[in-house]
Design a protein around this ligand. Structure first.
Ligand SMILES: [Mn+2]
Length: 319
């Protein structure tokens, strides 16, 4: 089940909501759209409460509540949810939906991203909520690294945001694994250091290759009962991939991302996959769109949503 979330209001730049259309257009062009069952999280933007500490928090709260319900419904109907979202704040809804469907689950998180996404309204310079989904899902405020003093209404909304799906502290720090994290701020670094969260660097991936790193990631999460893989487009090498809000150099190459994601998704514990932060407005010659589309097709093939024959035929035609 493809669950689309056409919102980009958690990001600093508008446009990533259009990434969903770009990927679905390519799937129609390559003739695989018929294989895909889709559900759109009909997102409406009301005049919600916003705050410099957590921009658009009321609308993002409502969007994530919808994502939570759709991910939950997909899992309850026995399907594998693939979430395609505009910005990464949606992951709060995704994780909430998984936990709502499986409250006893010990959920492992693989976060392929240039950024740690561990900010809170108490620590964020920008107030952009796509930098906060892991802190929210961990139920953390990070007061120890206090940088800002959010007003009461912001804090009230943040409390509701952390509790989407009815449960706070949905995941544990040690059950998070980063891949290619390379652009983080001091407040986030403090949390990573304090909790000993593992990051597999770009260098490690290049040296040891996808098979070894994939196995090490899964070994790290061996005590988890389920695993959610979240792929932020900005994990890709920034010099060749511009179609994302915050491109960063020294990232992973598209082929590396595709191979690693393929290996990870083979694991029977995988429960959900998300693609996010693809921004066609910032892209150059649709380069990033094409890279991310190949990754989506790979995922669909490994998950057997796309029949193997269709996948091979399609690969031959697109090179
Ligand atoms: Mn992210």
């Amino acid at each position: 089940m493809i669950i689309t979330v056409r919102s980009d209001i958690g990001a600093g730049f508008r446009g990533s909501a259009e990434g969903i259309t770009a990927l679905l257009d390519l799937s129609a062009k390559s003739g695989i759209a018929d294989h895909l069952e889709k559900k759109d999280c009909a997102v409406t933007f009301a005049d919600g409460f916003s705050s410099i500490y957590a921009k658009n928090i009321e609308n993002i709260l409502h969007i994530c509540e919808v994502v939570c319900i759709e991910v939950y419904a997909s899992l309850r109907s026995g399907q594998f949810p693939i979430v395609i979202s505009g910005d990464h704040s949606s992951a709060v809804g995704t994780i909430a939906g998984i936990k709502k469907a499986k409250p006893e689950s010990r959920l492992g998180i693989i976060w392929i991203d240039a950024h740690a996404d561990l900010h809170t309204p108490f620590t964020s310079h920008s107030g952009n909520m796509h930098g906060m989904p892991l802190a929210a899902s961990l139920g953390l405020d990070n007061i120890a690294c206090l940088l800002r003093d959010p007003d009461k209404l912001t804090v009230d909304f943040w409390e509701r945001f952390k509790r989407i799906g009815g449960q706070s502290k949905k995941i544990r720090p040690l059950d998070i694994v980063y891949v290619t994290l390379r652009d983080l701020e001091a407040q986030e670094y403090e949390l990573i250091k304090k909790h000993g969260i593992r990051n597999f660097t770009t260098e490690e991936l290049k040296e040891q290759k996808e098979k070894v790193i994939g196995a090490l990631i899964l070994e790290h999460l061996k005590d988890c009962t389920d695993i959610y893989l979240s792929f932020d487009t900005d994990s890709l090498e920034g010099s060749i991939s511009k179609g994302t809000g915050l491109p960063v150099d020294n990232g992973i190459m598209p082929k590396e991302a595709e191979a690693l994601i393929g290996i990870i998704l083979e694991d029977p514990k995988m429960i959900c996959f998300e693609i996010t932060e693809l921004n066609p407005r910032l892209d150059v010659n649709d380069a990033t769109i094409k890279m991310v589309y190949q990754i989506l097709e790979k995922a669909l093939s490994v998950l057997k949503i796309l029949p193997a024959r269709e996948y091979r035929l399609n690969r031959q035609s697109t090179g």
